[in-house]
Design a protein around this ligand. Structure first.
Ligand code: SAH
Ligand code: SF4
Ligand code: F3S
Length: 469
């Protein structure tokens, strides 16, 4: 039986949904200019795109469904790997025709790729029809920049080095009404030798806890059920703030916010995962049993060259402690093959670590050179065919493990937070377990935003299938 408070909340939620639908229909009817934001890269970029959308909506634009109907297109770029970069150049090439058919179209390119001056210059030279180029620190000025670009016949370029303190109070148009990203730290101080992120995102900068908590309270009041705290290394949250502020303390406070039922966080750096943090995660009943813990490599020699600050032994011991303190915790990771100087023996150590840990899943990458990073200057870059052979072996091994783990879920019952309709099948819904497994199951769209118990009927490589209990 639902108690009165739940019934009132339910009623308010349905009313709000109706209102939103009506507003959407109203916007459809109104003439006016439309926007599209295309996003590449990590969750940080996904969230920045929500801010870009928020700013555009405040300027009176409304969302376009297709590129062809957009009056403003912003591309939010990533440059963490060459493949990400090339996709963006390909996309900008496609815009040539779009711009010819719709000369009033305003094209803006922002994010991590354009934060680098050389890339910004390349875009201006190769794609002169781009109207605006901005970086990762320009969001507070985006409105003015768009207005300036509308007036100007030349490409408007503005790249700030850094914005301090971190921007607060920008409008956000969130992609979901159920779960929300909340940034806790901007930038990164780790300088892993392969990585471009510290150069394009700047130094680590924590948001004051009171601002984060106020944002989450506001989300709870709007009916959000889940938050994901975001930072390149959430574990070092608060180091740059006065007082005894740390990530364990922040999590404990978020755990007390009424209305928020699930708390996630990403990314955790293994070096900074303290016993105090493990304890806070184990104690917080809303903090989900999933840790994304990028290992990158299984060989101590390579880890040292990467400047990761831990050994394979440290990592394995940490995994053990996490599993002991948080029963049933899912572990996921990022792994790279082909770091300069990686030998067959080093790679064998990575495979060995993967077998020992048995990650629930992993993002696996081929190392590639990021100009300007220390690893780019290392001798002994690994040959392409060796990298390709290694990634193939690694993916096969990890996929086998993921499949075994997922098959083992069959018959178990999990509570899901339903987050939407399945992208591939309209009569199916999608939801996540606390361990962050994607489950597809049949059900009516009214269940979106609710918690549902589902029995797992099939474990697959990419997701689980289930039926509601
Ligand atoms: N801050 C996070 C994620 C950063 S980028 C962390 O520390 O884990 C996401 C992933 O991209 C990294 O974990 C790494 O596996 C991969 N990556 C970063 N630079 C790369 C490069 N030059 N080549 C290939 N993969 C890279
Ligand atoms: Fe890059 Fe390392 Fe920072 Fe992650 S922790 S963003 S991999 S430098
Ligand atoms: Fe890419 Fe920037 Fe994220 S480089 S991975 S979008 S921080």
């Amino acid at each position: 039986m639902k108690d009165h408070r739940e019934q009132v909340q339910e009623h308010e939620r349905v009313q709000r949904q109706e209102q939103e639908k009506e507003q959407e229909r109203e916007r459809e009817r109104q003439p006016g200019q439309k926007y599209l934001v295309l996003t590449y890269g990590c969750q940080m970029n996904e969230h920045d795109s929500e801010v870009m959308a928020g700013i555009l909506e405040e300027m009176g634009y409304r969302p376009a469904k297709r590129r062809e109907e957009a009056d403003v297109i912003l591309v939010n770029t990533c440059c963490v790997r060459e493949t990400a970069e090339n996709k963006i150049y390909g996309l900008l090439g496609e815009f040539r025709r779009l711009k010819m058919n719709r000369p009033g179209l305003l094209i803006g390119v922002g994010g991590c790729l354009t934060q680098q001056e050389a890339a910004a210059k390349k875009i201006r030279d190769r794609f002169p029809y781009v109207d605006l180029i901005f970086g990762t620190h320009n969001l507070p000025r985006l409105r003015e920049l768009i207005e300036q670009a509308k007036e100007s016949r030349r490409t408007v370029v503005e790249l700030l080095d850094r914005s301090e303190p971190a921007p607060e109070g920008l409008p956000i148009r969130r992609a979901s009404g159920v779960k929300a990203w909340v940034v806790i730290t901007f930038g990164c101080n780790n300088f892993c030798t392969y990585c471009i992120v510290p150069y394009v995102r700047g130094r680590e900068c924590s948001r004051p806890p009171e601002n984060i908590l106020a944002e989450i309270r506001d989300l709870a009041a709007q009916g959000y059920k889940e938050v994901t705290l975001l930072g390149q290394n959430v574990n070092s949250y608060g180091r740059d703030l006065p007082g005894n502020v740390d990530f364990a303390g922040l999590l404990t406070e978020v755990n007390q916010i009424k209305g928020i039922e699930r708390i996630r966080y990403t990314t955790s750096h293994p070096r900074d995962f303290s016993p105090r943090l493990i304890e806070a995660i184990a104690r917080g009943e809303k903090i989900c049993e999933h840790v994304h813990l990028p290992v990158q490599a299984g060989s101590n020699r390579v880890l040292r060259m990467m400047n990761r600050g831990y050994t394979r032994e440290d990592y394995l011991a940490l995994v053990e402690k996490i599993r002991e303190a948080i029963p049933g915790a899912a572990l996921t990771t990022d792994i790279m093959v082909g770091f300069p100087g990686e030998t067959d023996e080093d790679f064998a150590q990575t495979l060995d670590l993967v077998e020992r840990v048995r990650f629930d899943s992993a993002f696996m990458f081929i190392y590639n050179i990021r100009p300007g990073t220390p690893a780019a200057r290392l001798p002994n870059q690994v040959k392409d065919e060796v990298k390709r052979a290694r990634i193939k072996t690694l993916i096969e091994k990890q996929n086998q493990i993921t499949k075994e783990i997922n098959i083992n879920e069959e018959g178990k019952i999990y509570r899901l937070l339903v987050d939407g309709e399945s992208k591939t099948n309209p009569r199916m819904l999608s939801g996540r377990t606390r361990t962050n497994k994607l489950v597809i199951f049949p059900g009516p769209p009214e269940l979106v935003g609710k918690f549902v118990d589902v029995r797992i009927t099939r474990g697959k490589l990419t997701h689980l299938e289930g039926i509601s209990e």
